[in-house]
Design a binder for this molecule. Structure first.
Ligand SMILES: N[C@@H](CCC(=O)N[C@@H](CS)C(=O)NCC(=O)O)C(=O)O
Length: 247
């Protein structure tokens, strides 16, 4: 049995879950918020980040590494296109999403406004959030608007680039920011298409449901909505920052 450590609210965890659903792979999950992970979590995840992916004796960190393992282990249906050039382009878009969009939408967006107050009880930095939305978010959006296809998806068929990027938008929606369809029409149409894909729609449904309650209640709720849980959780009661935490 495959185990995924991490809450579906995380766009990086969501990327992995969406791929598993797309490929029909069963999994069990420990839907933790990374800051609550105890010593056993640190042992599995040296950066104290989610997702962690466990397949028997194999423990993998980093959603891109995990995505590649999933693609190689369960190649059908493919999440990457079939030429080397097209695959390289999809991997670039995944990398841009994981690093730059992650920085702007997650750390300076969702985490600054929501995670820090919820987990570390610090005041939400609404001014920094507003500055981010006024400057860095539009730069990301302008790039996506240039790159996004008029029809269909980034790699032709729905796949890894679409999943990686679309997942990031959900967390900005939790922070009450949605893209302006008049300013970025192509991106908004693509996002609606991507979010309508059943595998991403299901992962977003799990994420929306769990986001509605505080982290300590998410494991109970995950069980109630039918997710298969790991026998034990790696979470503890008190949160702590990891070696790369920015908030
Ligand atoms: N490059 C990593 C990024 C993972 C990541 O940053 N996950 C966040 C949750 S959205 C996390 O665990 N943050 C905890 C921290 O950095 O302290 C990946 O693709 O898996």
């Amino acid at each position: 049995m495959i185990s995924v450590i991490g809450s579906p609210v995380s766009p990086y965890v969501k990327k992995v879950l969406t791929l598993l659903v797309m490929k029909g792979v069963d999994f069990q999950i420990d839907p933790i918020t990374p800051f609550y992970g105890g010593e056993r979590f640190s042992a599995l995840s040296p950066l104290r980040r989610i997702p962690v992916f466990i397949d028997g004796a194999l423990v993998l960190n980093d959603s891109s590494v995990i995505a590649q393992y999933i693609e190689e282990t369960w190649p059908s249906p493919p999440a990457l296109p079939d030429t080397a050039a097209a695959r390289a382009r999809v991997r670039w878009l995944e990398e841009y999403s994981d690093s730059r969009i992650g920085d702007v939408f997650i750390w300076k967006g969702f985490a600054a406004l929501i995670v820090a107050p919820m987990v570390f009880k610090t005041a939400p930095d609404t001014e920094a959030f507003a500055r981010n939305v006024a400057t860095e978010v539009p730069a990301v959006m302008d790039y996506l608007e240039r790159e996004v296809p008029e029809d269909g998806f980034f790699g032709g068929a729905f796949g890894l680039a679409d999943i990686s990027i679309a997942a990031m938008f959900r967390n900005m929606r939790y922070a009450k920011w949605t893209p302006d369809a008049a300013r970025w029409p192509k991106t908004c149409r693509w996002l609606a298409r991507a979010e309508a894909e059943p595998c991403l729609a299901l992962a977003n449904k799990w994420s929306d449901t769990l986001f509605a309650v505080p982290p300590p209640e998410r494991r109970r709720l995950a069980r109630e909505i039918g997710l298969a849980l790991t026998p034990e959780t790696l979470a503890e009661t008190n949160p702590r920052r990891g070696p790369m935490t920015v908030v």
